[in-house]
Every structure is written in C-alpha cells, then in structure tokens.
Design a protein around this ligand. Structure first.
Ligand SMILES: [Zn+2]
Length: 186
C-alpha cells in the first residue's frame, strides 16, 4: 500500500513538474518575443484584448517576430511571412503615420500572421469592409468605424457595416495621397 501511495505521489509530482516546465517555457517564449517586439507591445496587447472581447478566449500575438525594414520597393508597406511567423513593416511609412493608420497596418498583418486570414476586397461604395483590404486607404475609414472593423477582423462578419447609417464623407478624404500595399507570403 505504501509503495502504491508513494508511486501515485511520485506520478503526481512528475506531472506537476511537467506542467510547470511547459508554463515556464511558454512564459519565457512570450518574454523573449515581447522583448524583441518592445516597440509594438501596446499593439500586441490591444490586439489580444480585441481577440478576447470578440471571441471570448485569449490569444497571444507575442510569438510573432515584428521588424522594421528601412523601406520596401514600390508601394508595399508591410508583409507577413506566415511560415516564418514574421511581420515586416516599412519604417518610413510607420513613422509618418498616425495611430489609426499604424493600427490598421499592424492589425492587417496580425490578421495574416496570427489569424491566418487572406485579403478581403469587399467594399460598400468606396469603403472597404475589412482591415484585410489590401490597400492602406482602408485606414481612412477606421476611426469612424472602429468597432465594425474589429468585429469583422475577428469574426469575419460584415453585416454590422450595412446597419450603419453614418458614412464617411468621401469629399473630405480625396486628398489622401498615401498608397500602401501588403504582401502575404503563405
Ligand atoms: Zn495583406
């Protein structure tokens, strides 16, 4: 009896140790990832919060490596390499962009690299109905339709846009000159 009890205790302790090691290793990975991505922590955290709000469970975007490149060729401003779990952003575009444009860009890349989504080119008039639209002019509509875009990003639903009565006045955005594309490498 003593031997059996001792074995049970030993087994329990083994599994405790295993669990702790797995937890430790996950925490370590997250720590390393967030240290590497220090500049982007607030975006990673807010993306994780949005994921939890719309899908009711937690996700860590921290194990994605995010890095700047001085500038891409042509009009590209970001790319996700899904296999390498790496996002590259155009530093010049990033530094010249407002918070909504930055968020639209990095959420777009998280859409590829974390959620595994491709591009969505559906529009209502001129308004893209997804942050997964492959052109950064979607960022113009993001401030006025923040909740709708986040809901679409995490759930894939676009119905919430069609319930909206307020539309962005297109004449106020005709001077938008930034043109940015994204490359999604699967
Ligand atoms: Zn893209």
């Amino acid at each position: 009896m003593v031997v059996i009890l001792a074995s049970v205790v030993f087994l329990i302790c083994l599994s405790c140790g295993e669990e702790a090691r797995v937890r430790e290793s996950a925490e370590l990975k997250r720590k390393i990832a967030t240290e590497k991505n220090a500049e982007f922590i607030e975006y990673i955290d807010s993306f994780n919060l949005g994921y939890k709000e719309f899908l009711g469970r937690s996700l860590s975007a921290g194990n994605i490596r995010i890095e700047f490149v001085p500038g891409f060729e042509g009009t590209k401003v970001g790319e996700c390499n899904h296999g390498a779990r790496r996002i590259r952003l155009d530093q010049k575009f990033w530094e010249g962009s407002d918070e909504y444009t930055r968020k639209a860009l990095i959420y777009h890349e998280f859409g590829h690299c974390v959620l595994g989504r491709g591009h969505l080119e559906t529009t209502e008039g001129d308004m893209p109905l997804s942050l997964m639209y492959p052109d950064m002019y979607v960022a113009l509509y993001f401030p006025a339709h923040r909740e709708e875009y986040l809901e679409e990003l995490f759930t894939g639903s676009t119905n919430q846009f069609l319930e909206e009565e307020v539309r962005v006045n297109l004449s106020t955005i005709s001077d938008f000159s930034q043109d940015g594309l994204c490359e999604f490498i699967k």
